[in-house]
Ligand binder design. Sequence first.
Ligand code: FPP
Length: 235
Amino acid sequence: MPAHVAVIMDGNGRWAKSRALPRHAGHRSGVKSVRQTVEMAAQRGVSYLTLFAFSSENWRRPADEVGRLMGLFLEALQREVDDLHRNNVRVTFIGARELLQAELVAKISAAEQKTINNDGLRLMVAVAYGGRWDIVNAARKLAAMVAAGELSADDLNDDNFAAELALGDVPDPDLLIRTGGEQRISNFLLWNLAYAELFFSESLWPDFGQQDFDAALDFYASRQRRYGFTGDQVA
Ligand code: FPP
């Protein structure tokens, strides 16, 4: 069982288009899959779940779609936070939150505070997040520490660099699931996905359900993870 599953939730737009619906109807339907995936992850004993909800590049979409997505995040957060809390889920958001509307930032902070002591599933939602943004952000913090004399540049290593990333306090994802048929990382967790097993599902995100999730877990169970060692060494 993977301890940490990361998901690129792709295909909402195509799901809507195939039903002659506007794109935002696909995003709305995608919220159901989010809910179901959180429930399945908790049931199956996954410890960490990271969902890519809005990338640094998604700001380029039409203003109407961006506005509706932000509205949907706000609404979903408002509606789901009590249920998440009751189910012992700790929720955190990663990304450039200074770019989000004040009302959404306030709701995000409140949800994080409310659930901070929960020790069940840890749910990370990436909004206004990009893997390059994350790495540059960490580099900026480390550069400031070096400038302040708190860290020597020679002492920089994988561990103290990774600690400054958005997911610095959680283990790297073991499994990445991308729905919607595309096979790319799209600037998601560039550093953290270094050794993740990659599972690509043809299902569009609103159609992603229990069978798809279990197929991804079965795929993961069949992989031998070598981290640079030989197969014999690992066996
Ligand atoms: C990608 O599909 C999906 C998004 C950019 C938005 C994801 C958002 C949700 C699933 C809504 C709810 C999220 C939370 C955390 C409450 P796409 O629009 O790129 O689809 P396409 O490739 O078919 O156009």
